[in-house]
Write a protein that binds this ligand. Structure first.
Ligand code: NI
Length: 139
């Protein structure tokens, strides 16, 4: 953080709301209100940006499946090759004799990251999947 850029401002807030905020940030381990407030502001800005299809973003897509279904590996491979421009990295972990976990790192427009995720998670027999998108903002 650039300290020359710091601005102090006053906030009016109900007493009991501030009390709840203080116990919330204490639970989270923040050392002061300012840092907690900055993080909440960043989170709000990021989630606002996430909904804009043209925003530049990075994302992680995690999904779990059983490779016992033979077609699934072929289908996933084919899909990932068709989006090679947006998939920066793909990691495959063998969880046990049957189950596999993959984590893809994605980069591109928010809309295309979501499209890739939708198509992969729609593959039959994917057991679990979750996408986390982070817009590339100057935070
Ligand atoms: Ni595996």
């Amino acid at each position: 953080m650039n300290n020359n850029n710091i601005v102090r401002f006053g906030v009016s807030i109900e007493n009991n709301l501030l009390g709840r905020f203080d116990s919330f940030i204490q639970q989270k381990g923040y050392i002061n209100r300012s840092e907690a407030l900055r993080d909440l502001i960043r989170e709000a800005l990021v989630s606002g940006e996430e909904s804009k299809p043209d925003s530049e973003a990075v994302g992680t897509l995690t999904f779990i499946y059983s490779h016992d279904t033979r077609e699934i590996s072929d289908r996933l491979n084919e899909l990932q090759h068709s989006y090679y421009n947006s998939i920066i990295s793909a990691t495959h972990i063998h969880l046990d004799k049957h189950m596999c976990m993959e984590v893809l790192l994605l980069r591109g427009k928010t809309a295309s990251i979501k499209e890739i995720s939708d198509r992969i998670l729609a593959v039959k027999d994917i057991k679990f999947g979750k996408l986390v998108v982070t817009p590339l903002l100057n935070l």
